[in-house]
Design a protein around this ligand. Structure first.
Ligand code: CP
Length: 298
């Protein structure tokens, strides 16, 4: 695989191969300096903590170096330069580009203007494939992915992590349970695509109804930045929250995941329960992105 743009471009064998490689990087089973002659560009036109830092950490762990643009304001895009021209130029400096952009489709577009690999680090409400890889990796560390029930809770309309993860899980034998505030349901075209791929998708009115069936509960925040105005955001803000009270009688192996950042939808008291796995999930970003970077630049 050359560009990493969408989970739709992956076969199950591609995912499994990358997860196996991530495991090797995680256990230190690799030769030091694998990418020591390589340079990575980190272009982040939307805020990021985990994705940006873990790509930089992964590159450093492999012996490579990174250069970055951290905002639109810090780039010549403010002078009117197009994304296509920006990518053409930057890709002549480096061996691969990691791009986060507010517009859906931006990473695909960028890949058409460069001869080096592009990794989509989030394109608007579209996809976030490297997040999905670390989500799958985190699940697979605890249980086989086949045969599990996964719940997606939150802003499934604008949440790119939910879109990517649902599509990836459809390559496994997974039953998907969705819970979303009114108006923030999974886009109908994605639900249709999941069902056409043979996945059972069950929509629930509340997390209380679904939680006892779940092996994994994947919580997402409401994507405030995608709302047309603050009034429509406040209509749905705080409409769900995971608290310790909700966790009575859940499956013993339930994992609560969240791509982070959280914005009130998981009570910090949940952090002390054995179900909370979101910090471990964030930590897994480094070995997974090591595998991804090595794959596209080796
Ligand atoms: N999960 C995730 O994409 O986090 P950041 O926005 O901090 O990169």
């Amino acid at each position: 695989m050359y560009h990493i743009i969408s989970i739709r471009d992956f076969e199950r064998s591609d995912l499994d191969h990358l997860l196996d490689r991530a495991q090797e990087f995680d256990t230190g089973n690799y030769r030091p300096g694998l990418l020591d002659d390589k340079l990575l560009a980190l272009l982040f036109f939307e805020p990021s903590t985990r994705t940006r830092m873990s790509f930089a950490a992964a590159m450093g762990r492999l012996g490579g170096k990174s250069i970055s643009v951290d905002s639109v304001e810090a780039s010549s895009i403010v002078k009117g330069e197009t994304l296509a021209d920006t990518i053409r130029v930057i890709s002549s400096y480096v061996d691969a580009v990691v791009l986060r952009h507010p517009k859906e489709g931006a990473a695909r577009l960028a890949s058409e203007f460069t001869s080096v690999p592009v990794i989509n680090a989030g394109d608007g409400a579209g996809q976030h494939p490297s997040q999905t890889l670390l989500d799958l990796y985190t699940i697979r560390q605890s249980m086989p992915i086949d045969g599990i029930d996964v719940g997606l809770l939150g802003d499934l309309r604008y949440g790119r992590t939910a879109h990517s993860l649902a599509l990836a899980l459809s390559l496994y034998d997974v039953t998907l349970h969705t819970v979303a505030p009114g108006g923030l349901e999974m886009p109908a075209n994605i639900t249709l695509e999941l069902r056409e791929r043979g996945m059972e998708v069950i929509e629930h009115p509340s997390v209380e109804e679904a939680i006892r069936e779940l092996d994994v509960l994947y919580v997402t925040r409401i994507q405030r930045e995608r709302f047309p105005d603050s009034a429509s955001y406040y209509d749905v803000a705080s409409s769900y929250r995971i608290t310790t009270d909700l966790l009575d009688d859940v499956k013993e192996r339930l994992m609560i995941l969240h791509p982070l950042p959280r914005a009130g939808e998981i009570d910090p008291a949940v952090d002390c329960t054995p179900y909370a796995r979101y910090f471990e999930q964030a930590r897994n970003g480094v070995p997974v992105r090591m595998a991804l970077l090595h794959e596209v630049m080796k």
